[in-house]
Design a protein around this ligand. Structure first.
Ligand code: MG
Length: 366
């Protein structure tokens, strides 16, 4: 259920998510938001934690009778919470802006209010892009000039289960997808890979979530995985282990992708010194505006580009998918991992990311 609606500026709409009755042109951006707890379909096992829900805040910006939808998802390791997001959003006065196309100015304002709060800023950014796309009557991949036929396959994440029947069911659940992503850095890494390889040849990709502590062992594991049709390894070691990661990158037969290491645009250049690629996520990048800049910079630096997400509704995942034609790897399964999606959006067709042909970020409320 949505929590209580909070409006950061005086506005006039009935219920959260309901169509706004147009009573004349407001000419101002009206922001509102409400907490929304995401229920995970399976408990999420990472190298350092386990959880069954993800805190989330749903956001909308109304302008001249149109609504743009946005979302902040806050997995605990990123350090944001419902309290921090609602506190940040409550400080905003978007009513000072009368032109939603001033995305650059609005981002300068968002950064001036507080330095961090990346997911909260992403929520505003996504709603703003949705709104602008709806005003233009075009989806963002078209506004950016991208070819949707170039979208890659998405990976689908499964975790280890010591019960062989449960493990087989998880692998079966992944069968519509062309890439399987696994979280490693736990006690059963090799068992998990062997269980998958006993049933399917589809490529895997591996996310250690900083879980490998020894660079020699990490290199050994990279070689072992390379012999088992693995595409890349994401964040093998702690983000602070910069020199060790650079050492590993020099020797690894698999590309090493940065995730926890980087957040925003200025981090991309430094990532290029220790990693082969970067994982861009809207909740880290403050949304679509900076994510697009990061993807362009990464490509100019010769880095691989991966597009990821948190556990999110189809709102933020479909917003991210607008960028999918410019990336090498997509990991856009966040909406598939939750049981209470509010939106219809991107589809995975024959394993491939398929962007809806709808204006804005391409979602509709269910
Ligand atoms: Mg990751």
């Amino acid at each position: 259920m949505l929590g209580a609606l909070v409006a950061s500026s005086p506005i006039s709409f009935s219920a959260f998510g309901a169509p706004v009755k147009k009573t004349g042109r407001s000419g101002r951006l009206n922001l509102s938001f409400a907490p929304y707890e995401l229920q995970l379909r399976h408990a999420f096992n990472l190298a350092r934690s386990q959880r069954t829900t993800t805190p989330d805040v749903q956001v909308q910006i109304e302008y001249d009778g149109l609504i743009g939808y946005g979302e902040a998802s806050m997995p605990p390791y990123l350090g944001e919470s419902v309290a921090s997001v609602t506190s940040y959003l409550s400080q905003l006065d978007l009513g000072q802006f009368s032109d939603p196309f001033r995305i650059e100015d609005i981002h300068e304002y968002l950064d001036s209010v507080a330095p961090d709060n990346r997911a909260a800023k992403a929520a505003v950014d996504i709603a703003l892009h949705d709104l602008v796309g709806k005003i233009m009557g075009q989806p963002w991949y078209k506004i950016w000039g991208l070819n949707p036929d170039k979208c890659p396959n998405t990976s689908f994440t499964i975790s280890y289960d010591k019960n062989p029947k449960e493990m087989a069911a998880k692998i079966e659940e992944a069968s519509p997808y062309k890439v399987i992503k696994i979280k490693v850095g736990l006690d059963h890494d090799k068992e998990l890979v062997e269980a998958i390889r006993a049933r399917t040849d589809v490529p895997i990709c591996v996310d250690a979530n900083q879980g490998w502590t020894d660079k020699e062992k990490a290199l050994e594991m990279c070689h072992w995985l390379a012999e088992r049709n693995c595409l890349f390894v994401e964040q093998p070691m702690d983000k602070k282990c910069f020199d060790e990661t650079a050492w590993l990158r020099e020797r690894s037969p698999l590309p090493i992708i940065a995730d926890e290491f980087l957040q925003r645009l200025p981090d991309v250049t430094r990532a290029a010194q220790a990693y082969d690629g970067i994982n861009i996520k809207l909740m880290k990048s403050t949304g679509m505006h900076e994510a697009f800049q990061m993807a362009n910079l990464a490509r100019a630096l010769g880095l691989k580009v991966m597009l990821g997400c948190m556990t999110e509704t189809s709102c933020a995942v479909t917003a991210a998918a607008q960028l999918a034609p410019m990336v090498d790897y997509a990991d856009l399964d966040g909406n598939l991992l939750i049981a209470n999606d509010r939106f219809d959006g991107l589809k995975i067709v024959d394993g491939k990311v398929t962007i809806p042909d709808r204006p804005g970020i391409g979602v509709e409320l269910i």
